[in-house]
Write a new protein. Structure first.
Length: 146
């Protein structure tokens, strides 16, 4: 609570700076370490990346968080299913969600790593999400993360 008025993690402390909200932390790191660019160069693709980052944080993760915290579980499961179906359409014919591998894809990785906690499975009825999830989870840096 001292660091984040919202009382949530993650919180990043960098020198005198305190940064919270995961999407804003990610943007901060993106700006601070330009040597490893993780946002598309093209403005339209950047907007697309931001749209899907927002979708993950305000919709998918909100529903998943409700399920994990035993709040409106059935309603949240229904919503989550709808969000995943939308993503499935979106991932048809795409390898990554906004051009090359980007912060937008990275934003979804924690969700895919915690499916059990969200009482969710990604099965063959969501083939494009499933292939995308597998592509992300197979990345060496993701495999190496405990
Ligand atoms: N929108 C926030 C959500 C963060 C969030 O919900 N964090 C959870 C853990 S994953 C938390 O700290 N929950 C504690 C609480 O709500 O009391 C972000 O993306 O950083």
């Amino acid at each position: 609570m001292e660091l984040n008025p919202y009382g949530k993690v993650p919180v990043l402390v960098d020198g005198d700076g305190v940064i919270y909200e995961s999407a804003i932390i990610n943007e901060y790191l993106e700006e601070k370490y330009p040597g490893i660019p993780l946002m598309p160069k093209d403005s339209l693709q950047r907007s697309r990346a931001r749209i899907w980052i927002d979708y993950c944080n305000t919709r998918l993760q909100a529903a998943a968080g409700n399920i994990a915290h035993d709040h409106e579980v059935e309603k949240s499961k229904e919503r989550l299913r709808g969000y995943l179906e939308t993503l499935n359409q979106e991932m048809r014919d795409r390898e990554y969600i906004a051009g090359e591998y980007s912060l937008a894809d990275i934003t979804y990785i924690p969700f895919f790593c915690r499916l059990q906690r969200y009482q969710t499975t990604i099965s063959n009825d969501l083939p494009h999400v499933k292939a995308w999830m597998q592509r992300l989870l197979d990345r060496p840096v993701v495999r190496a993360t405990p």
